[in-house]
Design a protein around this ligand. Sequence first.
Ligand code: COA
Length: 260
Amino acid sequence: MQYQSLKLELNNKKAVVYINRPDKLNALNSVVISELEHCFNELASNDNVYVIILTGSGEKAFVAGADISELSKLNIIGAKVYAEKGQAILNLIENLNKPVIAAVNGFALGGGCELALSCHIRLASENAKFGQPEVNLGLIPGFGGTQRLTRLLTSGKAMELILTGDIIDAGEALRLGLVNYVYSLSDLLIKANELADKIASKSQYAVKQTIKAVNICDEVSESEGLKFEASLFSLCCGTDDFKEGTSAFLEKRKPSFINK
Ligand code: COA
């Protein structure tokens, strides 16, 4: 499908999704939001895609937030529908059946920071900037920021960022654990692709179970999570990939997985 505000590249088991409104710093308007939903649903069911990289077009922004010209028109009822729709799409990404790597190539503010938080792994360029500046608009985050940022950072730090609207640079994001690595802007997509290739070389059956097991951590008690882990672990032991992985190790050769 041809998108108006996304660009999609498919290459060697990977998809790179660009949010493509660089003149508006890739702000999330209703077109981008609907296209993201469509695109991630399509990618979820595309068996040729193992790993997805999400980034912004241009050299300045990943996503500079929800589109403020659209936000300014919301009323109480419309705002709830709007927030729930945004949350549903970020939940779709977080619970996708394949890994999504955020390659944060500039501003990741408000909804942009929340979008990055919904991805499974975050990488950043040196010029990346993160923040939840909604308080400056008389708002709070509405696409999951109060929840995901608080789970990822300490609650004190998340509270500080959301209460002040302060913007932090990539180095501080790395120190806080908001991103895994920081690279030069020119290296960012190269490194994201290397990471995606590494994950794509594994058993995709095991990769899928990993996402489910790690994601449930935020939903249930540790003892429930451990039960879930044991059941997914046992399912992996019934796969051809398990036989292949263990045999390859014992035979001192590289495994060749068939993802089932
Ligand atoms: N919504 C709508 N438009 C946005 C936007 C947003 N969140 N962020 C940037 N833009 C638009 C600007 O209005 C401008 O459009 P114009 O050229 O038609 O006037 C264009 O993108 C470039 O932005 P500009 O502000 O000129 O760039 P800058 O380098 O001076 O500043 C930012 C960059 C990110 C600091 C600034 O754009 C900003 O503060 N954006 C809003 C961030 C925010 O509050 N996000 C949370 C929303 S809930």
